[in-house]
Design a protein around this ligand. Structure first.
Ligand code: C5P
Length: 229
């Protein structure tokens, strides 16, 4: 556990501000997560700029399309040498297999199961009769069968999933430091956990955004979180 598992979710609209912040906290995080919004706004150029900082890059693109298209998209981002890329498990086994086959040797391909924005009623409205939790476990099994490296899951699920998938790579968002200020803007994450507890439950990667990016002193916030691990 000596390398830093924190990936900073750099969800800032401006490239210059994102880059400046990443440079400041660089010594206290293990990587940078760039999402779909960043990629749509700044593309390969933006990723190259952030990659110059020298930290591993996690492209959280949540790819979901026919297998051929997802594989081609994976090939198109190959040059960016991402350490981690996300795809949707709901795309099915063939899509996941083809995505993994198309990814670079050093890229972990991890699946999103059920978006935390969907509840049981939302699932029913798209014809899925299982509860969200049951559906997430089913899709985690399918991702494992498809040969992916791991999944995105909550800190509350990671220990149970790890029992079934011992060498899985588990990416955990929704984290809040114990001493975090109860900021209104952070309240959209419901079932949160501390970075320390998630790490000890078996998380491979801790995705942390606003507790660092919106802190008055992002360097101090990142350092304080790092010290708890
Ligand atoms: O700012 P915060 O620490 O909440 O950032 C969490 C990051 O993880 C964001 O980039 C968000 O899109 C992502 N995420 C999440 N909850 C999930 C899946 C991904 O917050 N269930």
């Amino acid at each position: 556990m000596n390398h830093n598992p924190i990936f900073l979710a750099l969800d800032l609209p401006r490239l210059d501000a994102a880059e400046a912040l990443a440079r400041r906290v660089k010594g206290h995080v293990g990587g940078i997560k760039l999402g779909l919004e960043f990629f749509c706004a700044h593309g390969h150029h933006g990723v190259h700029e952030i990659a110059k900082i020298g930290l591993p890059i996690f492209l959280d693109l949540k790819l979901h399309d026919i297998p051929n298209t997802v594989a081609a998209a994976m090939q198109a981002i190959h040059v960016l040498q991402p350490a981690i890329v996300t795809i949707h498990a709901a795309g099915g086994r063939a899509m996941m297999e083809d995505a993994k086959a198309a990814a670079g040797e050093h890229t972990k391909v991890v699946a999103v199961t059920v978006l935390t924005s969907l509840d049981d009623a939302d699932l029913a409205s798209v014809g899925i009769r299982s509860q969200a939790e049951e559906q997430a476990l089913r899709l985690a099994d399918l991702a494992h069968l498809a040969g992916l490296d791991g999944i995105v899951c909550s800190g509350h699920e990671v220990a149970a999933i790890k029992r079934q998938w011992k060498d899985g790579y588990f990416v955990v968002p929704g984290l809040r430091p114990a001493d975090g200020h109860d900021h209104q803007a952070l309240a959209d994450q419901k079932r949160t956990m501390t970075p320390h507890d998630a790490r000890h439950a078996g998380a491979s990667v801790l995705v942390i955004g606003r507790p660092i990016t919106r802190a008055q002193d992002p360097v101090a916030a990142a350092r304080a979180i790092e010290a708890t691990l």
